[in-house]
Design a binder for this molecule. Sequence first.
Ligand code: ATP
Ligand code: F1X
Length: 315
Amino acid sequence: MIVTVTPNPSIDRTVEIPVLTPGAVLRATDHRVDPGGKGVNVSRVLARFGRPTLAVMPGGEGELAALLRRAGVQPVCTPATGTTRVNTALVEADGTTTKVNEPGVPLTADQVDALVDTVRVHAAPADWVVTAGSVPSGATDDLHARITRAARSAGARVAVDTSGTALAHAVAATPDLVKPNVAELAELVGHPLPALADVLAAARELVVGGIGTVLVSMGASGALAVTDDGAWHVASPAVAVRSTVGAGDSTLAGYLIALTSGAPSSDALHHAVACGAAAVGLPGTAVPGPADLDLPHVRPATAPDSTLDLTGEAA
Ligand SMILES: Nc1ncnc2c1ncn2[C@@H]1O[C@H](COP(=O)(O)OP(=O)(O)OP(=O)(O)O)[C@@H](O)[C@H]1O
Ligand SMILES: O=P(O)(O)OC[C@@]1(O)O[C@H](CO)[C@@H](O)[C@@H]1O
């Protein structure tokens, strides 16, 4: 069982437009609504792969909980007052995505404590707890670190996907896995990472500091996994990009699905990249299931090629 935690969940609204012209009245060619938030998306992928999962999140039994149940995910709602935020993605015909994320429902100190306590309870029977996304106002930037410590004290392994100061706090709590993208990792280590060699060095630094696995998603350049046992890179296959929203969450879910099936890190990374690539081929925040994967077209994991230039990815 994998429990996910999304302190700042969302309803994701995607509007497809031919091209984004600031200041113009744009006519949508299509639109859709998905449950959203990083942990929520990980749970949705797990559910599509038939894996048991719970999605812990602040909020009542409203529209988001109903959407999640329809997606086969059991929500665990913790106390919060307010309406779930709506995050809007404007997706152009070439797949370029502009995202507007609302701030979300603020939490009181008691509501933050209730979230952490709920995680502790549900972490006890879990193999992994994934805590991910932004920190809502009212909570402090050490929220994912607190959740990491609570889940670990209950015996679960912990994966974190967040950014900025919240990621720095989480790293100090040494979770079992972190999943930054290149820009997030660069901010964490405090310098740009223009080549795969730089990303590898930064990831190794974290592993030496006590993080079990650093899984770096690198957009069109695929993903890198670094553990105590080694480092592997898997390139992304060429994909017609429909929407990149949720690709990182699908990558993390794909990694954990394979790992908890007993796969070694190299094969887990292969599965992760297949899931990420499948996600970008789907509209909005739609997430992949087994039938969406094109495993034969994803190249096997190799030792990272230090000369690979990542310029073009956010470095
Ligand atoms: N343009 C692309 N072409 C092919 N694959 C892609 C592309 N963009 C993303 N991917 C796949 O999706 C994975 C995750 O992408 P990315 O690194 O952009 O995640 P992210 O920044 O965490 O995204 P998000 O926060 O929106 O979930 C990549 O490792 C890759 O497998
Ligand atoms: O505002 P945050 O919490 O950083 O990110 C929220 C979000 O952009 O992340 C998911 C994609 O990873 C979306 O479903 C959601 O809208």
